[in-house]
Design a protein around this ligand. Structure first.
Ligand code: GDP
Length: 194
């Protein structure tokens, strides 16, 4: 397991609060409970770097981390929780719109999706956002330890088709046993640092 240095920079909402570092950046987005915090922690081999979705006060902000002193990973709030109402969708859009439009060093979106589920409308919208902002798209299928190999292959095909991406952009992972995370990290580095 490769060592990665991960440093929490700050939590912020408005543009004035974003970190001034001009390092290539990837934003991690996904439905609540998709496994986004577990994935970020697994990627950098830390237990509690990224907060679980329920941590009060952190859920409506962008959390910025500097990785290996040469990239930034941004953790976006989880979206589409079942009891979400329209106003929380609006809050999410208010937070994310300026970020997608004005964060010049943002290069990639890592869309975190439960590997057992079909993408929903919110996931499709996030991919559209990424395309409009000319970001590279990397999709992570989480919780693949709960899938047989053949089910994972079948779901990968469905996810690619629903999101309009190529299967080569999809990375199956198990964050608990850290399977697939090194390949994913290498891909993110390739996209950000090339
Ligand atoms: P978030 O809301 O997207 O940040 O999701 P969390 O990372 O908090 O994960 C939600 C739940 O899924 C937790 O109970 C995790 O332990 C579990 N989980 C996350 N990733 C995996 C995985 O790869 N495999 C398994 N089996 N469970 C996972």
């Amino acid at each position: 397991m490769q060592y990665h240095e991960a440093e929490f920079l700050l939590s912020g909402a408005q543009q004035s609060q974003w970190p001034s570092e001009n390092l290539p950046e990837a934003v991690f987005a996904g439905r609540s409970n998709a496994g986004k915090s577990s994935l970020i922690n697994a990627l950098v081999n830390r237990k509690n770097l990224a907060y679980a979705g329920s941590t009060p006060g952190k859920t409506r902000l962008l959390n910025f981390y500097r990785i290996d002193q040469r990239m930034i990973f941004t953790d976006a709030p989880g979206y589409g929780y079942a009891k979400d109402n329209r106003s929380s969708a609006e809050t999410f859009a208010k937070l994310m719109d300026p970020y997608f439009h004005h964060r010049a060093n943002l290069k990639a979106m890592v869309l975190v999706a439960d590997g057992r589920r079909k993408p929903n409308q919110d996931d499709i919208l996030m991919c559209d956002y990424a395309r409009q902002s000319h970001l590279a798209i990397i999709v992570v299928m989480t919780k693949c330890d709960k899938l047989s190999h053949s089910a994972m292959i079948a779901n990968k095909r469905i996810i690619a088709s629903e999101l309009g991406i190529s299967e080569s952009q999809i990375f199956p992972c198990d964050s608990l046993k850290k399977q697939g995370t090194e390949e994913l990290f290498a891909r993110i580095e390739e996209v950000l640092l090339q």
